[in-house]
Design a protein around this ligand. Sequence first.
Ligand code: NAD
Length: 368
Amino acid sequence: MTVTMLRSVVEAALRRAPTSSSSSSNQLLRRRCYSSDSNPERKVAVLGAAGGIGQPLSLLMKLNQLVSSLSLYDIAGTPGVAADVSHINTRSQVKGYVGEDQLGQALEGADVVIIPAGVPRKPGMTRDDLFNINASIVKSLCTAIAKFCPNALVTMISNPVNSTVPIAAEVFKKAGTYDEKKLFGVTTLDVVRAKTFYAGKENVPVAECVSQLQNSACVCTSEVNVPVVGGHAGITILPLFSQATPTSNLSEEDIAALTKRTQDGGTEVVEAKAGKGSATLSMAYAGAIFADACLKGLNGVPDIIECSFVQSSITELPFFASKVRLGKNGVEEVLGLGTLSDYEKQGLGNLIPELKSSIEKGIKFANQ
Ligand code: NAD
């Protein structure tokens, strides 16, 4: 076929094709990009949606095609955030709710509730300084969750996670709705940091981009992997660099430095922001990754494994962060710690008393 003949065939085809944006090729494209046909309806509620974490997290959840309904709740500012996010042309319908009398509506029918409500750390403040304010916020939000969406998966971002998760558990127990498979402390940011810092030290690509932006909040499939166990504050954060992939021959000094940087990641951001908040953008990313994993698990996608702070029997403590397999009912399996290096065994021994007292503090607060 000559070039002229080829051109006339193409021109004839173009003349036959509809000129509107609903052409069949566009429809096919849309079907490929938006897999909503095969994804069930899922409602996700973000509590604290107008905050530093809440806003970018709401944006990322709006980009997630597994979400059909996005409910944005805060004590102030949500109508604006919801109006803004709702203009994005992705699958979910967005609604904003403001103030306690709208909390029930915000929660009703939710499959996943993400809680970044609370106050962030300021320079010089420890996570424990936040305790009294955030503990009360979490207690009241969980009381409403028990009433309006007792079957939802609850992913807790509000700090101190080591105490807010036990508080939530106690509130749910009192309400008779506690299901240990459905309560998660979000420790994904520790994993995200450990992966980034490890890849930087090893000089390997941290992630392989697969441009999945249309399909889910995850835009990258990670190549580097580092489990992080224990809890979510200071020395209770224990990255297991001995189990990192790709494997490496890092010196003991390098591993100690990487461990410390992962543990102090939050402080690094708090100090760099100099009084203007804590980690919000990286936390929103991490929260969105974890919520996406929960939704995939609920939808029956196999082999969804993330680290999370959950009810656990792999140590003497009632809650512990480790790798968790997610499924249709939330936690399907809490995976063990694997083989630890001597350095990690020592870290585990050191973190147990501190984590134990944070857990007890949460339980005591919830029951007073
Ligand atoms: P922020 O102050 O910017 O936002 C918090 C939001 O919560 C605000 O919009 C506020 O109005 C809202 N809020 C307060 N009380 C509420 C209530 N009763 N109901 C609903 N919303 C309420 O703070 P931020 O930087 O977004 O941080 C939020 C929380 O996340 C803090 O507790 C912070 O310590 C924590 N955090 C956790 C991690 C983690 O890795 N898990 C990382 C960073 C920050």
